[in-house]
Design a protein around this ligand. Structure first.
Ligand SMILES: [Zn+2]
Length: 462
């Protein structure tokens, strides 16, 4: 009762002591502890997947996801910006396929799903002979033999690393088939496991090339189609009725934690908010979204903000157009030279295995000393592998260095882009470990005394 006023007087008489400089190692330990114990990353991915669900750009689900993300970031006390993006609006319709004419096999249904961006067969469907091809070059060489046919690509994915080459056929095969005069294109699902579930994805038509119907068949049915073709000619009946509607207004969701010393310098940490329409998009990319929100939570509650600004971006339209990444690079063109690093979490919920880097010469020597505090998470050193992400690829011409937590992706393509991409596939501990690693890496880059050497811009295309 007597002491209290004296203490108050003493406090009032002295200037507040300067806050001690943040100790990066202690701060990192606190961030890791928070991510591993607060349960928030799991709570958020569960909410996004079970309550919002599928969120293809242009859909009602995507609009709901934007409102949800805005509310999550606002709940951390952050000012949220919705940056406008024009979004494509493609809607799946009916989808059926069957082998209708083959001497040995007779009529048999196939499990099939339309590829994003592809056109409709019309309500009556189409029936045509199947020609199996192995490469885009082979399509071009077919000549008249492609006319009116259904071209069938059958790329086998044994492991996740096969996605890069296989995806070229899904992404560009329909355009090549259309140019060659084919009626439609069918591709084996790009998947490392299957319970007869087809896996969708975007197929891109080059400028001036008319879209044609295109679809993915389950790996099991691709094998069967391949076997049927060994016995003689095969005709397929395809019914696909997707629609491309007028573009709609959408948003990238952006928030930031302003840097205490160098607020103009930006470390960007991103994921994509959209998903395919077939499932909840838990692995692709609900996990990334939940991890970015966890970084928002932990970094906004530090006693002192990091040296540089951390900008959190949840992109629109990664899956079928990249309009979000393109819009961000345009809107921020003037300050991309101040983006000192960009990170994109878009490889599911697997546990950390290291850190990947794309920067200028000397980048590894700059980054390596920041990583020991992440060793406890399995991400204490630089490992081989690609760094970057589809959305942040639009920052490459500005030389922005890319840094990623490499996560275990060995099971990612079992469910990717299929109806099986649901919350139950996510292991809570692995998700929390990865959230901790991405948050700690973002913090390390934002707090570091030095910045990474800028990357060599890639050669211009065309
Ligand atoms: Zn993704």
């Amino acid at each position: 009762v007597i002491v209290a006023p004296v203490v108050l007087l003493l406090c009032a008489a002295r200037p507040a002591p300067p806050a001690p400089p943040p100790d990066p190692a202690k701060t990192t330990a606190a961030l890791v502890g928070g991510a591993l114990s607060d349960g928030l990353t799991w709570a958020r991915i569960a909410d996004l997947t079970d309550r919002i669900g599928p969120r293809l750009s242009g859909s009602e689900g995507f609009s709901r996801a934007v409102a949800w993300a805005q509310a999550q970031l606002a709940s951390e006390g952050l000012a949220v910006k919705l940056e406008p993006v024009k979004l494509p609006h493609w809607e799946r319709g009916e989808e059926r396929a069957e082998i209708v004419e083959n001497a040995r096999y007779g009529a048999q249904p196939l499990a099939i799903t339309a590829l994003g961006g592809a056109s409709s067969t019309g309500p009556g469907g189409l029936t045509a002979e199947v020609v199996e091809v192995e490469s885009l070059e082979q399509v071009a060489a077919l000549g008249d033999a492609a006319h009116g046919k259904i071209l069938f690509f059958n790329p086998v994915m044994h492991v996740a690393q096969d996605y890069g080459t296989a995806t070229r056929l899904r992404s560009h095969g329909a355009s090549a088939a259309s140019k060659a005069g084919a009626a439609a294109m069918v591709v084996r699902s790009l998947a490392t496991a299957s319970f007869r579930s087809p896996h969708t994805g975007l197929t891109h038509f080059d400028d001036g090339v008319a879209p044609i119907p295109a679809a993915a068949v389950s790996t099991e049915d691709a094998e069967r189609l391949h076997r049927a073709l060994q016995t003689g000619p095969v005709k397929l009946h395809l019914l696909l009725t997707p629609r491309t509607l007028p573009d709609v207004d959408g948003f990238n969701v952006v928030a930031e934690i302003r840097g205490r010393e160098k607020p103009a310098e930006v470390v960007l940490f991103a994921a994509h908010l959209d998903s395919w329409d077939l499932a909840q998009g838990a692995e692709d990319d609900g996990a990334g979204v939940a991890m970015v929100l966890e970084a928002a939570h932990l970094l906004s509650h530090l006693p002192r903000p990091p040296r540089r600004t951390v900008r959190l971006v949840l992109y629109a339209n990664e899956e079928n157009g990249l309009a979000g990444g393109t819009a961000y690079a345009l809107a921020h063109a003037a300050d991309l030279s101040k983006h000192v690093a960009a990170l994109e979490a878009d490889s599911g919920s697997g546990r950390p295995q290291g850190v990947t880097l794309l920067a200028g010469p000397g980048g590894a020597a700059t980054l390596a000393p920041l990583l020991p505090p992440l060793a406890v998470l399995g991400a204490g050193s630089i490992v081989a592998g690609e760094a970057g992400g589809a959305d942040i690829s639009t920052l490459a011409p500005a030389g922005v260095p890319f840094v990623n937590v490499k996560q275990d992706g060995s099971r990612y393509f079992d469910v990717h882009h299929s109806a099986a991409d649901t919350l139950d596939k996510v292991k809570p501990l692995d998700l929390a470990l990865s959230a901790a690693a991405w948050t700690a890496l973002t913090y390390a880059l934002a707090e570091s005394e030095t910045t990474l050497p800028r990357a060599e811009p890639p050669p211009a295309v065309k």
